[in-house]
Design a protein around this ligand. Structure first.
Ligand SMILES: C[S@@+](CC[C@H](N)C(=O)[O-])C[C@H]1O[C@@H](n2cnc3c(N)ncnc32)[C@H](O)[C@@H]1O
Length: 259
């Protein structure tokens, strides 16, 4: 996987930043919606301490099972995770002091609307704080789409190749304000990550929308995909560098539930 010079993966880095920027105190109740593999959940559990509590929910059974095992293995006593849909949570009303959501913005709206689902505010206390992240820009995405377009030409037509959706900041601010959040604040951070070698880079390039293109390249003949992979990597690396660096820009949103 890609890592910062400090050794953190993209999701761990921004999960940790979310916790730092929202300034979690000790002793509070935190809900992490769509916790994934716990990039915010684990640092949150450490900060809230034995008097606090962290609950994670995620719709994906495998992620929940992996995280249950990781919590047990690390002997963490103040965190629990459950398989749940964020639009239908079996959690008490007005229970949480903080809500975190790392890269889950598409799931927070009432289906087919720009309205934040009532479930989000139902479980938060008045005065409770939210913190969400969403992708602004992932440099890899531009790189790979350009490389695939060059390789496949007109065959690429009509396919949506982007691996992320970028949300207009102002629209998100309005959605949160309309849901009853005050002092909605936006912050953008850019960080640079590193792929230390070609195999680690290629392992990270396995997104569904790209894999279908790789299959088309592979179908052209023996060795074709390997040629594409090596040529693309060398081109991105350039003649001088010995490791591939890429930038990721992330939007953070914070707000206080007042209604
Ligand atoms: C992009 S991942 C982010 C994971 C983690 N928050 C992080 O920052 O690394 C999005 C997560 O949301 C979960 N998810 C998707 N739809 C959901 C829903 N309706 N309810 C709860 N979780 C959902 C996915 O299973 C996935 O783990």
């Amino acid at each position: 996987m890609s890592e910062l010079k400090s050794g953190l993966s993209v999701s761990k880095y921004f999960g940790q930043r979310l916790i730092e920027l929202i300034e979690l105190p000790t002793g509070v109740r935190v809900l992490d919606v769509g916790f994934g593999l716990g990039s915010s959940l684990f640092p949150a559990a450490e900060i809230v301490g034995s008097q606090g509590r962290v609950i994670g929910i995620d719709i994906d059974e495998e992620r929940v099972q992996k995280t249950v095992a990781a919590i047990a293995e690390r002997e963490i006593k103040n965190a629990q995770v459950f398989q749940m849909d964020v639009l239908e949570m079996s959690l008490e009303d007005d229970f949480f002091d903080f809500m975190l959501g790392g890269f889950v913005v598409p799931y927070l709206f009432k289906p087919d609307t720009q309205v934040i689902a009532p479930e989000i505010t139902r479980v938060l206390k008045r005065g409770g704080r939210i913190g969400f992240t969403t992708w602004d820009y992932i440099e890899d995405d531009d790189w790979m789409i350009a490389a695939l377009k060059e390789e496949l030409g007109s065959e690429i037509k009509g396919r949506n190749l982007s691996i992320y959706t970028s949300y207009p900041v102002q629209e998100l601010e309005v959605s949160f304000s309309e849901a009853g959040f005050a002092d909605v604040m936006h912050l953008r951070e850019v960080a640079e990550f590193v792929y230390p070698d070609m195999e680690k880079w290629w392992a990270a390039m396995q997104y569904q929308s790209w894999i279908s293109c790789y299959k088309d390249i592979e179908a052209r003949g023996p060795g074709e995909l390997e040629r594409f992979k090596e040529a693309t990597y060398q081109k991105l690396l350039g003649p001088e560098a010995d490791e591939l660096r890429f930038k990721v820009s992330v939007d953070f949103f914070f707000g206080t539930y007042q209604e």
